[in-house]
Design a protein around this ligand. Sequence first.
Ligand code: BTN
Length: 265
Amino acid sequence: MKQDILRSLSPDYPWGDRIEYFPTIGSTNDFLKALAKQGAPHGTAVLAGLQTGGHGRLGRSFHSPEGMGVYLSLLLRPECLPTQLMHLTCATAVAMCDAVEKTAGFRPGIKWTNDLVYGRRKLGGILTELGFTPKGTLDYAVIGIGINCRQQEADFPEEIRQIAASVSMVSGTDISPARLAAAMLEALAQMDAHLLTGKEAILDAYRMDCVTLGKEISVLRGDDVRHGTALSVDDEGALVVAYPDGTQETINAGEVSIRGMYGYL
Ligand code: BTN
């Protein structure tokens, strides 16, 4: 698999010597965070054929069966304040839309803030995690992405079968995980090159891809649920929601998740 990824990568890819591949791993994000703490360099990537403990935000698991998806984490060490990286998940989502479009010929949508979707189904998700030095400055960012690549509907566990899809299902052809992984790495390297200087353009692109905007949504905070309309994405990537009582709220991903009024989207 690693050789297939390397063969598919453009010669311009800057971090070809920093790719680690494991047939089986707990979580590529957890493994890469451990490498980051040991001093691994900017651009280190960890990929796996299968994750036994793949996870997303708020402790949710990410189903990661063998050979079916791309499970990838990338380490960045941007020289900036943590507050300058509020748009990192948005930037990653746009880069992943680019990678899927290049590989499979269709462009996914983004469900704010970190889900890649097509129609009413989820194709994948993003988990970004920051690490700090003892002084409280930014040490690293680990960007984790899981994209369903090869599954057919029957391959998904029953509980997500109606709300999950793979890139191959949508494109109607068998998409190689190695080719998709290479396109994802290339798109992430491009993203990194413009992350701090191209924030406005990145967020404009995000707004174009974001399917949540204009929709009626439920905002969930633990047991608390509020219904509103997704108005806009602000200049930090936060979602501005309008409520029926005329108030507005700007929500950061943090502890909040959103749902469509009638289901996942
Ligand atoms: C989500 O759906 O909320 C985010 C899922 C992120 C899953 C990816 S798979 C690679 C990396 N390793 C993990 O444990 N999580 C991310």
